[in-house]
Design a protein around this ligand. Structure first.
Ligand SMILES: NC(=O)c1ccc[n+]([C@@H]2O[C@H](COP(=O)([O-])OP(=O)(O)OC[C@H]3O[C@@H](n4cnc5c(N)ncnc54)[C@H](O)[C@@H]3O)[C@@H](O)[C@H]2O)c1
Length: 350
């Protein structure tokens, strides 16, 4: 029997497994990592015009959606594969799973393959908090967290680390989810109050995060629940036919989005006329558009998650690899001695 030669360096791509990602998060610390991710996302939002942008490519089914999210800054290309299946948790599976890749635009070779289920939770939370730091009332110390599933602890800790939130008021239709979230957040420097209704959860909150999963139009927040001056961070309405807010709230709020071409398809604003004015968050971050202009204003971040946030998160992970070595070299790319003799490489492997 012949022994195949070991793959060459050109064949190997750094692969960050779930285990390595967990080690990386613990090595850096979750709050410093959320802050680091927010910095990378902010830096990329500030060079927004450089990027290739397209609404994500979605494949819908009765049960959920599978999406591809590509972008490039001209030097590096990235994409994420992500699903959303609200029924999954009842079957012991997660609603959202993901993985992603970065590649060198110059030769098309992948330079990183990474798990992105944890990374998506981190980048979504970092984006939410980056936007809340820009739009929420300055003295915001209390957040209502409606929907206490997989994303909820990450959202809570990002709002603590990046916006100075100190109290989280939890509500979920499933009390077991609220209990899980309260237990996970214990001892992490937040005062946590479980509530028995969304109405109770929003009492005294300056920031309201909705992060529920349902494959239909839902009304998590109705118009009469929303007072002047709050910031709403709406995460869960992120697919055609899947929204969380009563349309009347949208008419009272100033609405901020990532990429309007995608948000008009997937976000809360799918309920509005396509010409309804919205502000792109990158323009606020670069000082080209105004954010919060009064204490009475209701600001709404109609978040659906955009490819550039995943690109930033992958870039952040790539930049940690050299010092942490938390990756496996994956034999991903065929590397024949003669680049045109792929078949010969195969034959010699018998
Ligand atoms: N905007 C983004 O960038 C982004 C990123 C990741 C996930 N998401 C979306 O966020 C949502 C939550 O994701 P997850 O991974 O936490 O899902 P999850 O299934 O783990 O948790 C969702 C929770 O919402 C609760 N819920 C459902 N209906 C409710 C209601 N009417 N009131 C209160 N609670 C309710 C469920 O009981 C569950 O605990 C999903 O819709 C997902 O698609 C958005």
């Amino acid at each position: 029997m012949t022994t195949n030669p070991l793959p060459s360096d050109k064949a190997l791509v750094p692969f960050v497994s779930v285990d390595h990602m967990m080690q990386l998060i613990h090595h850096i610390g979750i709050e410093p990592m959320l802050c680091g991710l927010a910095d990378y996302i902010e830096a990329d939002f500030k060079r927004w015009q450089l990027f290739d942008k397209t609404p994500r490519v979605a494949s819908h089914s009765a049960e959920g959606v599978i999406e591809l999210m590509p972008t490039s800054d001209g030097e590096v290309y990235g994409f994420k594969y992500v699903n959303g299946h609200p029924k999954n948790t009842a079957e012991g599976l997660q609603t959202v799973t993901a993985f992603g890749l970065l590649a060198n635009v110059g030769n098309g070779y992948p330079v990183l393959l990474s798990e992105m289920t944890l990374l998506t939770a981190l980048r979504t939370a970092a984006t939410s908090a980056l936007v809340a730091r820009t739009l929420a009332p300055q003295n915001a110390r209390t957040m209502a967290m409606i929907g206490n599933g997989a994303q909820s602890e990450f959202q809570s800790l990002a709002m603590k680390a990046i916006c100075g939130v100190r109290e989280i008021r939890l509500y979920d239709t499933d009390p077991k989810a609220t209990q899980k979230c309260a237990t996970n957040l214990a001892g992490l420097g937040l005062s946590v109050t479980p509530c028995t209704s969304a109405q109770e959860a929003i009492l005294g909150a300056q920031i309201i995060t909705t992060c529920t999963a349902d494959k239909q139009y839902a009304t998590i927040l109705s118009d009469n629940m929303i007072g002047a001056g709050v910031h709403i961070n709406a995460i869960g309405g992120d697919c055609p036919g899947k929204t969380e807010l009563a349309a009347a709230i949208l008419h009272r709020a100033d609405i901020f989005v990532e990429y309007p071409e995608q948000t008009r398809i997937e976000g809360e604003i799918q309920q509005l006329d396509p010409a309804h004015p919205v502000t792109e968050i990158w323009q606020v971050l670069t000082g080209q558009a105004k954010g919060r202009t009064s204490d009475k204003q209701i600001t709404l971040f109609d978040s659906v998650g955009f490819a550039i946030e995943d690109f930033s998160a992958l870039r952040y992970v790539r930049d940690q690899l050299e010092t942490t070595r938390l990756f496996h070299p994956l034999d991903l790319l065929a590397d024949p001695d003669d680049p045109r003799d792929l078949f010969g490489m195969l034959q010699r492997a018998i």
